[in-house]
Design a protein. Structure first.
Length: 216
């Protein structure tokens, strides 16, 4: 298998495929590494893409029909105290057909992004984790995979997330102390779209609580 590239992108979540697509379209021989079976598999839950992401974002997103779930026309903020909702604010809203943004589910969106990168000419290797960097004269010149492969490139882009150790091994940053990272995803529910639409309509809800509540 090939071992030399112009660019190696580590991670096929949200940032990696966008970088890989841009590099491939610039004519660079680009490899994208993803440790899971399917791009986006390690990213859970959903998100809201603000409307300006579609108005002013890259053309391939604006005109590419990405997988979105529903328009978000209002944001509901709820304050929780003693395990109960004590205050609700619905002031942030837009009249339809205007929208604040669009809800998307992470996995299909990341898969769609990775597909755009490969169609631009980037190579995608799944089930492949970058576990170390190759250093020469103080510069990163490649990565080592979990299979022991040495892959070299003129540029290495680390898009593997906050827990990825590559930047630490390259000496770019130190390991984040536990108090600097907030991991809050405990449950990821699946509901039929018709139920989500019936319960939430075109809104998204935030539940805010004081730390002693133990919920969020």
């Amino acid at each position: 298998p090939k071992t030399d590239y112009d660019v190696i992108v580590v991670g096929a979540g949200f940032g990696g495929p966008v970088a890989a697509r841009k590099c491939a379209r610039a004519g660079l021989d680009t490899l994208m590494l993803e440790r899971s079976d399917v791009p986006g598999e390690k990213v859970v839950s959903g998100l809201v893409i603000p409307i300006y992401g579609f108005l002013y974002g890259p053309e391939f997103i604006r005109k590419g029909n990405p997988p979105i779930e529903r328009p978000i026309c209002s944001v509901v903020n709820r304050l929780v105290k003693g395990g109960r909702i004590v205050k609700t604010d619905r002031s942030l809203r837009m009249p339809r057909p205007f929208t604040l943004g669009y809800a998307a589910y992470c996995k299909p969106f990341c898969t769609w992004l990775a597909d755009r990168a490969t169609k631009a000419g980037a190579e995608l290797r799944t089930r492949t984790a970058a576990v170390d960097v190759i250093m020469e004269d103080g510069e990163v010149v490649g990565v080592v995979t979990d299979r022991g492969e040495e892959l070299r490139a003129r540029v290495v882009i680390d898009a593997g997330g906050t827990q990825n150790p590559l930047a630490i091994k390259a000496g770019i940053r130190r390991k984040y102390p536990p108090e600097a990272i907030e991991l809050y995803m405990l449950w990821d529910y699946e509901m039929p779209k018709r139920d989500v639409d019936e319960v939430f309509g075109h809104s998204m809800e935030f539940f805010h609580a004081y730390p002693e509540e133990g919920i969020g």
